[in-house]
Unconditional design. Structure first.
Length: 291
């Protein structure tokens, strides 16, 4: 099963038999004070730098979130979307909990965008899925509902089935629904990661859908978080995850190495090309830091 996303000119396919897709996470002001300030002041130069850096580090899709208290998000998101298209031809992922913001972003989006996200909550299903259908977009479905995140893999599978069934009723095909099995921190529950990995395996076996994996939550509250995140992402890809909203500068080498080890990179070409590019980018960043 392949999920097809489109930017202004470039197409990206997501699938279990294809290289892992990185959705750049950096245009999100949550915990990012400099970006929040830039959005409030209209500093598009900083946003431009985030787009360019993620593109340089191999982002296949760019996540766009403009959720800052006091900001008119409905007015802002089309501006940021247009800025991205002036710099990049890749697809975008519109990220908001506000259906009005999603609608405004979808109107500005070109090609076939991705919506982040819907859940199994009735209100979200009723408000988000019609927007996805009307725009012929794809959507990420979170395995949570009014009761929260199920504690078992089978519980999360049931929520995924609910989302897919509701999408199908509206005429949204299964290939346009990417399921996110969600993960909690292993700092408070040592089984949190293993439950998510089990969910990924179940989703792939029972539903065959594409699967998004958010890796960073798994390490919250623990030291040396990046090592944990990298290990978890590699395990998730092996279990069946096909894309992730992540920082390509930090996780790109892990993704390319995992693709290589899983036989998705003939003659190591993608890994070697990415490695050489990463070396150049690090050298440029080191030179800037010295000046």
């Amino acid at each position: 099963m392949h999920t097809l996303l489109k930017g202004s000119t470039k197409e990206v396919k997501i699938g279990h038999d294809l290289p892992f897709v990185m959705i750049g996470e950096k245009i999100n002001p949550t915990g990012h004070k400099k970006l929040a300030a830039a959005l409030l002041s209209g500093d598009f130069e900083y946003i431009k730098s985030l787009v360019e850096k993620q593109m340089a580090w191999g982002a296949d899709v760019l996540d766009v979130n403009v959720g800052v208290p006091g900001l008119d998000e409905v007015a802002m998101i089309p501006k940021v979307v247009e800025l991205i298209y002036s710099l990049a031809d890749i697809p975008i992922c519109l990220d908001s909990g506000n259906p009005q913001v999603l609608e405004a972003g979808l109107k500005a989006a070109r090609g076939k965008p991705l919506v982040n996200s819907v859940s199994g909550e009735e209100n979200r299903l009723k408000t988000v899925l019609p927007l996805v259908k009307d725009r012929n977009a794809a959507v990420i479905g979170l395995t949570m509902d009014e009761s929260g995140i199920p504690s078992s893999a089978t519980g999360r599978l049931a929520v995924a089935e609910k989302i897919l069934n509701q999408a199908a009723k509206l005429g949204i095909p299964a290939e346009d629904v990417i399921i996110d099995p969600l993960v909690l921190t292993v700092g408070s529950d040592s089984k949190a990661a293993s439950i998510t990995l089990e969910t990924i395996s179940l989703l792939r076996k029972e539903l065959g859908v594409n699967i998004n994996l958010g890796a960073s939550n798994v390490s919250f509250g623990l030291p040396d978080r990046m090592v944990i995140n990298q290990a978890f992402l590699a395990l998730g890809i092996q279990a069946g995850a096909t894309c992730s909203i992540t920082d390509p500068a930090k996780m790109g080498m892990t993704v390319k190495a995992t693709d290589l080890l899983m036989g998705r990179d003939a003659n190591s070409l993608h890994y070697l090309k990415y490695f050489r590019n990463a070396e150049k980018l690090r050298a440029v960043e080191a030179e800037k830091a010295q000046n």
